[in-house]
Every structure is written in structure tokens, then in C-alpha cells.
Design a protein. Structure first.
Length: 80
């Protein structure tokens, strides 16, 4: 479910929790395992006035294939 949500553009842990209905305890471990496998990469972001948080973006290894990458790029362009 996490990979699917990441494919559709979800990248922040609180958004994964809201979209997937996964508990925070599962979300604290699952992305680390996926990062260790090279599927998403973790980056830090800072919202104004808030502490740093992690977001996860799919690497090429996490993409479903060339068609999936093209579809995602078209979707991002359309909704940007």
C-alpha cells in the first residue's frame, strides 16, 4: 500500500497514515525497510515553524516500469 501511495504522489508520513489507514507504529518501521531495499529515498523537509520531518519518494527501482514512470509524469504535469 505504501508503494502504491508513493506512486500516486504521497510522500509524507502523515499523508500515508491518512490515505492508507496504517498505524503510526507500522509507519515508523515500514518505510525504513523499503529505504534499505532502495525502493524509496528519504529526504528531510522543514515546514515553517515546525521540526524537520521525512518524506519518501520512489526511486527508479520503486517505479513499476517505463509505462508507470510516464503515467506519473503526465499526472504530475496535469495537476501541477
Amino acid at each position: 500500500m505504501i508503494i502504491r501511495e508513493a506512486f500516486y504522489g504521497t510522500c509524507r508520513v502523515d499523508d500515508f497514515e491518512r490515505h492508507c489507514g496504517i498505524s503510526p507504529s507500522v509507519l515508523s518501521a515500514r518505510p525504513r525497510n523499503l529505504v534499505a531495499d532502495g525502493i524509496p529515498e528519504r529526504t528531510r523537509y522543514w515546514a515553517p515553524g515546525a521540526r524537520g520531518r521525512d518524506e519518501y519518494r520512489l526511486t527508479d527501482k520503486g517505479q513499476p516500469g517505463p509505462q508507470g514512470r510516464d503515467l506519473r509524469l503526465r499526472r504530475q504535469h496535469h495537476y501541477a
